[in-house]
Design a protein around this ligand. Structure first.
Ligand code: DAH
Length: 339
């Protein structure tokens, strides 16, 4: 008899159920008013006195174990139901998370930074609201210099010394004022020009300025650096430095890359020449070095400036610069898979 009860104890221990009905069935079987325990307690009366103690102990053990089992199983089921109430069905697949995308200008800017960082350039920044000295005068563009006309400027009406920078070359000046050579820095940023807005030009756009100052820096270093950049950025390995004029560099050049003439688009964007201009460059004019407190007899250097929108338009074949600023999600979503 006692062995039989012990078997029941094992049975109860091993029992598991994950729904209310099964637990209730189990409860009735053992603890119900016509259940097993009732019967056992009834039998207890007929048990000889000397066995009562052992017999009583196992019955009580079975009772406690059965009661505990029912309580824990019920608790488990209830807590699952509470979780379901809060979270719904936890096994269901989650709602898709809609990811944003980086703006194409940021993507291209970051690529340019990565390429120049890999050859030792750091990143520097300057203010968008500038003064005359940093945007013009220190860069060899004194007041009434005709080259100031190349960059239609937004001035603050009440104070002609405060303006929105027309190029990131102003950051060159600030960097040289605060750091001595060797200098290797690029300065990405937003610039402003009082120009009519069209498919090809905008009054707000982005540039990346580059500056390298050290002993014995030559024009050959400039060309090699730009060649490295165009190979990494566009996969194109032919560039041309076309003589030009900038007041802050001497000699100065426009940077052209050989884009090729394979497709109709190539013909259109290069106007049938195969060449594309991506920016300006040159050897930093000794006057600029002096203006910024750098010994022009000891140091030489090169500088360059490139338009980020122009590069992005080439890379992604975007025909209208205004697309960048309209915040049309149909346009922006196309850059989801990029960097
Ligand atoms: N600042 C010039 C512009 O906005 C671009 C430029 C040309 C920058 C030559 C330079 C440079 O540093 O050397 O048109």
């Amino acid at each position: 008899m006692i062995d039989k009860i012990k078997e029941h104890i094992e049975e109860v221990k091993a029992f598991h159920a994950d729904n209310k009905e099964k637990i209730e069935e189990f409860r009735i079987k053992y603890l119900g008013s016509k259940g097993l325990l009732r019967e056992l307690f009834a039998d207890f009366k007929t048990v000889p006195n000397e066995m009562k103690k052992d017999f009583g102990q196992v019955i009580n053990q079975l009772k406690t174990i059965a009661e505990e089992k029912v309580a824990t199983l019920q608790e488990q089921i209830e807590s699952k139901e509470v979780a379901k109430g809060i979270y719904g069905d936890l096994t269901r697949p989650g709602e898709p998370v809609t990811l944003g995308s980086r703006h194409p200008i940021s993507i291209v800017k970051n690529q340019i930074i990565d390429i120049f960082s890999s050859v030792g350039f750091n990143v520097s920044e300057g203010p968008e609201i500038e003064d005359d000295w940093h945007n013009f005068t220190a860069l060899n563009l004194p007041e009434y210099h005709p080259a100031r006309d190349m960059q239609d400027t937004f001035f603050i009406q009440t104070n002609p010394d405060v303006l929105l920078r027309t190029h990131t070359s102003s950051v060159q000046v600030r960097y040289m004022e605060n750091n001595q050579p060797p200098i290797r820095t690029i300065s990405p940023g937003r610039v402003f020009r009082n120009e009519d807005i069209s498919a090809r030009s905008h009054c707000i756009f982005h540039q990346v300025e580059g500056l390298y100052i050290d002993k014995d820096v030559s024009f050959a270093d400039l060309k090699q650096t730009l060649l490295y950049f165009t190979k990494e950025m566009f996969g194109k390995s032919k560039i041309r430095l076309r003589p030009s004029y900038f007041p802050f560099t001497e000699p100065s050049a426009e940077i052209d890359i050989y884009w090729g003439l394979k497709t109709e688009t190539d013909y259109r964007i290069t106007k049938g020449t195969g060449w594309l201009e991506i920016g300006g460059c040159g050897m930093v004019d000794p006057n600029v070095l002096k203006n910024c407190g750098i010994d022009a007899d000891e140091y030489t250097g090169f500088a360059f400036g490139m338009g980020v929108e122009r590069i992005a338009m080439l890379l992604y074949q975007i025909g209208d610069i205004r697309m960048f600023y309209e915040n049309d999600v149909r346009f922006l979503e196309q850059f989801k898979s990029s960097l």
